[in-house]
Write a protein that binds this ligand. Structure first.
Ligand SMILES: *Cc1c(COP(=O)(O)O)cnc(C)c1O
Length: 509
C-alpha cells in the first residue's frame, strides 16, 4: 500500500484498514467507489480523513445534498387527502370565496396555487436560482445532545437558519415577491411578528426590485431594533403596529394607547394599506395554502437526505405559529405515510400562552383582528385575542393554518403546548452542545424533542427524531438575556381572555 504523505499525527490512523467501511449500507454511494485502497480514494486526502473520522465515530454529523439534487417542485398535499379542507368564506355573503375575490390582495399565480389540485407545482427557474444561494440546507445529527441526554434515540434537525434573513421564511418570500414582480406589482405590504417574516420579504422584494412596507408588532419592534434595521437595509419601510397610519391601527390605539400589538392587528393594517393602493398587494408569511406549499421544499430535501443515510423518522416535531415551517417539513413525510411507506408520529408544538391547536375551537374566523380578511375554518383563540408578549413573537397568532387545522381534525398529527422557560432551558442546552443559537420559536420544538429523547432513555427505544430548526436567534438575544438573568416568567394560559375572544367569533351556520 502506498503511504500518503500526511502529518505524522494523522498517519498512524491511516494504518487502519480503509476497507471494508463500517458504515451503514446506503451511507454514501460514492464511498463504494473507494473500494480497494485509500490512495485512489476519489476525494483526495482531506476528504479521506473526514471519512476516517466518520468511520471512527460511526455516524454523520451532517447530510448535505449537492445543488443539482435540490427539489424542482413544491408538493401540494391537498389532492392526496381523503377530504379537501373547508373553503374560505366571503365574510359578507358567507358563501365560499371566489378565487377572483382575492385579486385585490394577491397576484393570480399565487391565487391559483392557493386553490390548486395539482400534486406537484414547478418552482420557477428564477426562484430556484435564488434558493440555490442557501439551499439545499443541511440536515444535522445532534449527536452531542444525544450523548448529553444519554438517550438511545437519534436526533436530527433540518436547519433553515442559513438563508439571508435567517429563517425558513425566505422559502416563501422569494416566490411571493417574484410572482408579484411578474404581475407588475410595485409594492408589497405585510405584517411581521418577531421580524423574521418582515426581513425575509424585505430581502426578497429588494431582490426583484419592488417596494416593501412592513407593520411590525409593537412588542417585537421595541425588543428587536436590529430586525427593523435589517429590513431597512434591504430597503423596506417599517411601522410599529398598532400604528397611526391606518384606520385599524388608530382604532386600537384609541382603546389602548400602550397596546403591545399582535399579528392579527398588524395583518389588518397591512391589508388595509394594500387595498388602498392599486399597485400595491399584500403578502402573508404563513397560514395560507400557497405559503405552506412553498415551504415543502424543506421536507422534500429532508426525505432525500434521510434516504442517503438509510434513516426513517419515528417522530417529526415542529413549532407552530401559523403552521408553515412545521408543514414544510412534515407534509412530504405525510405523503409517504399516506402511501404506507412510513408511519411517523407528527407533533406540532405551540406556546402555552397561545395554544390555538390544543385549546382553541375549530371554527370559521377572521385572519385579522379588525375582521377584514375572508373567514377561514381553523383552530382559533378568537380573532381579537391579543396574546401576552412572550418571546417567541412568531408564535403569537390567534389562529392556525386552515390546512394544518384540517389535518389535525383528520388525525394525521398531534399537538402539545409548552411554556417558555422550559423552551429556553432546552435552547441553552442545545446552544452549548450543538453550537447553534435557535430562534425563540423553534425552542418549542427543541423542548418537545428533549422530552421525547428523555422518554426514549427510560424505555430504551432507539427512535429516530426529526426536528425543524427553522431559524437562528441572533436577533433574539434580548430573550436569551432575560432567561440568563433569571427574569423570564411563564405566562399562564389566559383562560378568561380567550373565553372573551371566543365569544366574538362570527357565527357561521
Ligand atoms: C415565523 C416563524 C415561525 C412561526 O411561523 P410558522 O408559520 O408556524 O412557521 C416560527 N419560527 C420562525 C423562525 C419564524 O420565523
Amino acid at each position: 500500500m502506498t503511504a500518503l504523505n500526511l502529518h505524522p499525527s494523522i498517519t498512524p490512523d491511516l494504518s487502519l484498514p480503509c476497507h471494508p467501511l463500517k458504515l451503514q449500507s446506503s451511507f454514501l454511494p460514492m464511498l463504494r467507489m473507494s473500494k480497494g485502497c485509500h490512495v485512489d480514494f476519489p476525494f483526495g486526502k482531506n476528504r479521506c480523513m473526514s471519512v476516517r473520522s466518520l468511520q471512527k465515530h460511526g455516524f454523520r454529523r451532517k447530510v448535505t445534498l449537492p445543488d443539482e439534487d435540490m427539489p424542482r417542485q413544491w408538493y401540494n398535499i391537498i389532492p392526496d387527502l381523503p377530504k379537501p379542507p373547508p373553503p374560505p368564506l366571503n365574510p359578507r355573503s358567507l358563501q365560499p370565496l371566489c378565487p377572483d375575490d382575492l385579486l385585490p390582495l394577491f397576484p393570480r399565480a399565487l391565487i391559483e396555487q392557493e386553490v390548486s389540485l395539482q400534486t406537484y407545482i414547478d418552482i420557477p427557474e428564477d426562484v430556484l436560482d435564488v434558493y440555490s444561494s442557501w439551499r439545499p440546507t443541511p440536515l444535522f445529527r445532534a449527536k452531542r445532545l444525544e450523548e448529553h441526554l444519554k438517550t438511545p434515540a437519534r436526533i436530527y434537525y433540518k436547519y433553515e437558519g442559513f438563508s439571508p434573513a435567517g429563517s425558513h421564511k425566505s422559502n416563501t418570500a422569494v416566490p411571493q415577491a417574484w410572482y408579484n414582480a411578474q404581475d407588475g406589482v410595485k409594492k408589497l405590504t405585510t405584517e411581521t411578528g418577531a421580524g423574521q417574516w418582515g426581513s425575509a420579504i424585505a430581502f426578497a422584494c429588494s431582490h426583484f426590485g419592488i417596494g416593501c412596507e412592513v407593520w411590525q408588532v409593537r412588542a417585537s419592534y421595541d425588543q428587536k431594533p436590529y430586525r427593523k434595521i435589517m429590513m431597512e437595509t434591504w430597503g423596506a419601510k417599517v411601522h410599529p403596529s398598532p400604528s397611526n397610519v391606518t384606520l385599524a391601527g388608530r382604532s386600537i390605539l384609541e382603546k389602548d394607547p400602550s397596546s403591545p400589538g399582535s399579528l392579527g392587528i398588524a395583518v389588518s393594517e397591512a391589508v388595509e394599506a394594500a387595498l388602498a393602493d392599486k399597485e400595491t398587494k399584500y403578502s402573508l408569511g404563513s397560514l395560507l395554502n400557497h405559503v405552506l406549499l412553498h415551504q415543502t421544499i424543506i421536507g422534500e430535501e429532508c426525505v432525500k437526505q434521510l434516504a442517503i443515510i438509510d434513516e426513517t423518522p419515528d417522530v417529526i416535531v415542529g413549532c407552530t405559529g401559523g403552521g408553515s415551517n412545521f408543514s414544510g417539513l412534515a407534509f412530504p413525510f405525510i405523503r409517504e405515510k399516506l402511501k404506507g411507506k412510513l408511519n411517523p408520529v407528527i407533533r406540532a408544538v405551540e406556546p402555552a400562552a397561545c395554544p390555538s391547536l390544543t385549546k382553541g375551537v375549530y371554527a370559521y374566523d377572521f385572519g385579522d383582528t379588525a375582521g377584514i380578511t375572508p373567514l377561514m375554518k381553523m383552530h382559533t383563540l378568537g380573532h381579537d385575542f391579543v396574546p401576552d408578549p412572550i418571546h417567541a413573537g412568531g408564535l403569537r397568532y390567534h389562529g392556525m393554518a386552515p390546512l394544518v387545522s384540517h389535518l389535525y381534525e383528520l388525525g394525521f398529527m398531534e399537538a402539545i403546548s409548552i411554556p417558555q422557560i422550559e423552551c429556553f432551558e432546552a435552547a441553552i442546552q442545545f446552544a452549548r452542545l450543538e453550537g447553534i443559537i435557535p430562534a425563540p420559536e423553534p425552542t418549542h420544538a427543541l423542548a418537545a424533542v428533549i422530552r421525547e429523547a428523555q422518554h426514549c432513555r427510560e424505555t430504551g427505544e432507539e427512535k429516530v427524531i426529526l426536528m425543524a430548526l427553522c431559524g437562528h436567534g441572533h436577533f433574539d438575544l434580548s430573550a436569551y438575556e432575560r432567561y440568563l438573568a433569571g427574569q423570564m416568567v411563564d405566562l399562564e394560559y389566559p383562560e378568561e381572555k380567550v373565553a372573551k375572544a371566543l365569544s366574538s367569533i362570527p357565527v357561521v351556520a
